[in-house]
Design a protein around this ligand. Structure first.
Ligand code: HEC
Length: 128
């Protein structure tokens, strides 16, 4: 019986600990934490313009949607999100996204060097 009495005390200490450690700052690059599932604003802005059209839950680009869905990524658990970020890093290294064919008719969708660097920093979890 005595052991059981420890449980509520442990829970209380846990609660106090959580309150002493508030949510991570909004500028946390690795924001895929249950308490901060949002993408950093600067990353989101680039993704919206250059990637989201093909990679969202309602995308008509079935291949693109199957490979990457930013909506799912934002809601994903950390391990899953990190796996996607690894893939994103690869495409940035290769310069393969958006696809070259698409860029032929939509040259304005090409990532600028700065945008690519921002995405790269985010996808590798590094701060600027
Ligand atoms: C015009 C549509 C389109 C746009 C815009 C686009 N993609 Fe893609 N993406 C695709 C398609 C199609 C595939 C699947 C390619 C394949 O399977 O060969 C893909 C695949 C991927 C993959 C998965 C690669 C793999 O090997 O698993 C990643 C990561 C990705 N895209 C990231 C991005 C990023 C980052 C952007 C924005 C900078 C972007 N995409 C913009 C169409 C697009």
């Amino acid at each position: 019986m005595k052991k059981l009495a420890i449980l509520p005390i442990a829970a209380l200490i846990g609660l106090l600990f959580l309150q002493a450690n508030p949510k991570p700052e909004a500028d946390t690059v690795l924001a895929f934490h249950p308490e901060a599932p949002a993408l950093p604003a600067e990353v989101k802005a680039i993704v919206q313009q250059k990637c989201y059209g093909c990679h969202n839950a309602n995308s008509k680009n079935e291949k693109g949607k199957a490979k990457l869905d930013w909506d799912a990524l934002e809601a994903a658990k950390k391990s899953k999100a990190l796996a996607s970020m690894g893939k994103i890093k690869e495409t940035l290294e290769e310069g393969s996204m958006p696809p070259a064919k698409f860029l032929e008719s939509n040259p304005d969708k090409k990532l600028t060097a700065e945008e690519a660097a921002t995405l790269m920093q985010w996808s590798t979890g590094k701060k600027k």
